[in-house]
Design a protein around this ligand. Structure first.
Ligand code: SRM
Ligand code: SF4
Length: 554
């Protein structure tokens, strides 16, 4: 093996991990440190956890010659973002007892808890397990939480499409029993044959892997940003099958020209469930066998695809499935934002979509959101669905129960809060960033709300406050809030500084472009003020801000 294709260190850790056990048990019992061993930090990702530390307190602790304040973040596996009322109650209490108490709805429809100390990880997983919740494979080089269009009132066949999220999640789970053994004290696996894993083998995938399923015309999951995007094709109110797009991925690295954001390429259509699942499976095996295992920056499927060529990748998949994909069918996306408020599905059930700024569920001086959701869950008359826009849908409410839930929403001013938020705020997303994300170069979810408060008057000044412009912010170029697939993207470069990207469309089918580099807040506001002014003056009829920006600014 030459120096250039030498396997990366993580590859050796995976192979030597004894089917994802590593030395986690020993790390947990080491009381001298709040951290776990370095290799185990890579292994626990496959169990849905990250070791982090409180970055706000690094300096203070270093000055006192103290170790960093190590904590852990845990992310649940919730295909399609569905959780029952009982499970929400459990998550509420587990968050309060073991973590910071804040429940964070992510951009991939699941929830994260932050700030768990090492001794709390096991009790947390055990408590989740009692509620039939797990965190298996929500991180690591493996298929992650499968996203799916969340709003059941979007389509009469939502349930049918939604079921694919669970089926795909199960199909692509690792065979390792390590999660049960380490965290739930299950018996040790004696016969290692039980754990033989034809899909992941002992090397897993070269990099993380993401799948999204969408029901056009609302591209709420940003389907083309996934390694695999399944686009439901519905004709005469029947699900005919899926177009399959591959090679989406957003991360770039500042200063590394070899990295790039990419939207998925549609490679064909297939119809039956058996064929869809087989195709998905073999797309993974091709990535497993051909993906880059030496440079993790270039290991996502998008790079494998561009290196092999789309035709070659598709042919390799077809060789493995034993059938050819059919030509792609036509589809149209017309939106991708959540539709707030009450809606009824064809089945007669009611749904209330509420706005949760950056997905942070907590009680603060303005809104007792967490308490309100607990009270709603305690009625036992609904489920909860998380959206890929970091919001929540209180779902599956019978006609007779709607007024009871509406009363709680009103009493806690959730309806007022949702209706009062400006369009730009309701469309916006920011990633976690500081203080927990080790990769953050700048603030995101803690800063975005105050920046929006300064952007709102600019929009009003130009009479654009009702314009549906989508803006997203991340604390680094990894793209966790998908800032490149939007009309205005702000990407952190250093504390208080952001690259400004503009020119994406508002349905997730065109990436934006870098417009200005490393702006501080006053520069961002000056640039946006001038862009809004010229947009107002020179836009064509019905032209969106993103389309206008692309037409005039590059
Ligand atoms: Fe992400 C790493 C948070 C969605 C691209 N992401 C991280 C880590 C785990 C930092 C780390 O590696 O130590 C962040 C944890 C912060 C914290 O304290 O919680 C983190 N990512 C998030 C979440 C929570 C952002 C949010 O505010 O909602 C999202 C969790 C989704 C989930 O439930 O699974 C999240 N991350 C995304 C997305 C958007 C998506 O998938 O739709 C992307 C861009 C799409 C893509 O994958 O290309 C994304 N995250 C990354 C990357 C870059 C991957 C790459 O291809 O290079 C990293 C860094 C890495 O993997 O090395 C990363
Ligand atoms: Fe952290 Fe960067 Fe992802 Fe934000 S985009 S959560 S800063 S890795």
């Amino acid at each position: 093996m030459s120096a250039t294709n030498k396997k990366s260190a993580i590859e050796n850790i995976k192979e030597a991990s004894d089917a994802l056990r590593g030395t986690i048990k020993q790390s947990l019992s080491d009381e001298i440190t709040g951290a776990i061993r370095e290799d185990d930090q890579a292994v626990i990702k496959f169990h849905g956890m990250y070791q982090q530390d409180d970055r706000d307190r690094r300096e203070e602790r270093a000055a006192k010659k103290l170790d960093r304040l190590y904590t852990f973040m845990i992310r649940l596996r919730l295909p399609g973002g569905l959780i029952s009322a009982k499970q929400w109650i459990a998550a509420h209490h587990i968050a309060g007892d073991n973590s910071t108490g804040v429940i964070k709805i992510t951009t991939r429809q699941t929830i994260q808890l932050h700030g768990l100390i090492k001794a709390k990880i096991k009790p947390t997983i055990q408590a989740f397990n009692e509620s039939y919740l797990d965190s298996i494979a929500t991180c690591g080089d493996i298929n992650r939480n499968v996203a799916c269009s969340s709003n059941p009132s979007e389509s009469p066949i939502h349930e049918q499409v939604f079921a694919y999220a669970d089926k795909i999640s199960k199909l692509l789970m690792p065979k390792s029993k390590a999660y049960y053994e380490v965290w739930l004290d299950d018996e040790l696996v004696i016969d290692k044959k039980e754990e033989e894993d034809p899909l992941y083998q002992n090397r897993y995938l070269p990099r993380k892997f993401k799948i999204g399923i969408v029901i056009p015309p609302n591209n709420d999951v940003d389907v083309l940003t996934n390694d695999i995007g399944l686009i439901a094709i519905i004709e005469d109110n029947q699900l005919k099958g899926f177009n399959i797009a591959i090679g989406g991925g957003l991360s770039t690295t500042h200063g590394n020209a070899e990295t790039y954001a990419r939207l998925g390429t549609v490679i064909g259509f297939t119809d039956t469930e058996e064929k869809v699942l087989k195709t998905v499976y073999e797309i993974l095996t091709v990535q497993r066998d051909f993906g880059n295992r030496s440079d993790r920056k270039l290991a996502r499927l998008k790079y494998t695809l561009d290196k092999m060529g789309v035709d070659q990748y598709r042919k390799e998949v077809e060789k493995r499935t034993g059938f050819d994909l059919e030509p792609a069918r036509s589809f149209v996306f017309t939106s991708r934002v959540d539709r707030y408020g009450w809606e009824q599905s064809v089945s007669g059930k009611w749904y209330y979509t509420l706005f949760i700024e950056n997905g942070r569920v907590l009680d603060d001086e303005k809104l007792a959101l967490k308490t309100a959701l607990l009270e709603i869950a305690q009625t036992g008359k609904c489920n909860f669905l998380f959206t890929s826009n970091q919001n929540m849908i209180i779902s599956d409410i019978a006609e007779k129960d709607k007024s009871a839930i509406n009363e709680i929403l009103k009493r806690f001013k959730i309806i007022e809060h949702t209706e009062a938020a400006s369009v730009i705020r309701k469309n916006a997303m920011a990633c976690v960033a500081l203080p927990t994300c080790p990769l953050a170069l700048a603030e995101a979810q803690r800063y975005m709300p105050s920046l929006i408060s300064k952007i709102e008057p600019l929009l009003e000044k130009h009479l654009l406050q009702n314009e549906s412009i989508i803006m997203r912010m991340t604390g680094c170029p990894n793209g966790c809030a998908r800032p490149y697939a939007t009309e205005i993207g702000l990407v952190g470069t250093a504390p208080g500084r952001y690259n400004l990207h503009i020119g994406g469309d508002n349905v997730g089918q065109r990436l934006n472009q870098l417009f200005k580099e490393s702006l501080d807040e006053s520069q961002i506001l000056v640039e946006l003020d001038s862009l809004f002014a010229s947009f107002k003056e020179k836009r064509k009829t019905k032209e969106s801000f993103g389309d206008y920006a692309l037409r005039t600014q590059f």
